[in-house]
Design a protein around this ligand. Structure first.
Ligand code: GDP
Ligand code: MG
Length: 166
């Protein structure tokens, strides 16, 4: 069984832990603890192949570029998470992407995830803007809700398929 390590990065509070827990453990965790950094492991069968997936859920330390460097060096693929309800969280994934490209080159597996799609009345990032990111960066982008379990598996499956091919 091949093993792959993924890292989820993004601004504090966007829902990285909720997304990771939803996919790796199967439940939604309401409470917010920005300080928890944790690695989760799971065997996933996808396209008739079993893989060991390790996901590092990073904690809100985006100001420490050196720490992000360590996270990025440790990962084979990346989920860049922003909140659909907070336009300013796009800035963070822009700089994270640049950091990843600098350290890993431009063929690195990346999936961009907009979180909290179950809160349409609070939405600040529209489809048009998401299309621009996806086309501009050449990466897949998903609208997800960890709370409702919308498209969470789609995003992780996409990343695993990319990692298998590289
Ligand atoms: P992190 O700092 O990026 O790990 O963010 P968390 O996963 O801890 O989530 C921050 C807050 O957003 C928590 O209060 C979560 O309950 C909430 N949250 C996370 N994902 C969702 C979601 O899909 N929908 C809604 N409504 N709230 C969410
Ligand atoms: Mg967290």
């Amino acid at each position: 069984v091949r093993e792959f390590s993924a890292v989820i990065l993004g601004a504090g509070g966007v829902g990285k832990s909720a997304l990771t827990l939803r996919f790796m453990k199967g439940y939604f965790h309401e409470a917010y603890d920005p300080t928890i950094e944790e690695t989760y492991r799971r065997t996933i069968t996808l396209d008739d192949e079993a893989s060991r997936l390790e996901v590092l859920d990073t904690a809100g330390t985006e100001q420490f570029v050196a720490l992000n460097d360590l996270y990025i060096k440790a990962g084979r693929g990346f989920i860049l998470a922003f909140s659909l309800t907070d336009q300013s969280t796009l800035k963070e994934i822009e700089s994270l992407r640049e950091q990843i490209l600098r350290l890993k080159g431009d063929r690195v597996p990346i999936v961009v995830v907009g979180t909290k799609s179950d809160l349409p009345e609070e939405r600040q990032v529209d489809r048009e803007q998401m299309m621009q990111i996806s086309l501009g960066w050449g990466v897949p982008i998903y609208e997800t809700s960890a709370k409702k379990n919308w498209h969470v598996k789609d995003a992780f499956d996409d990343l695993l398929r990319q990692m298998r091919m590289r």
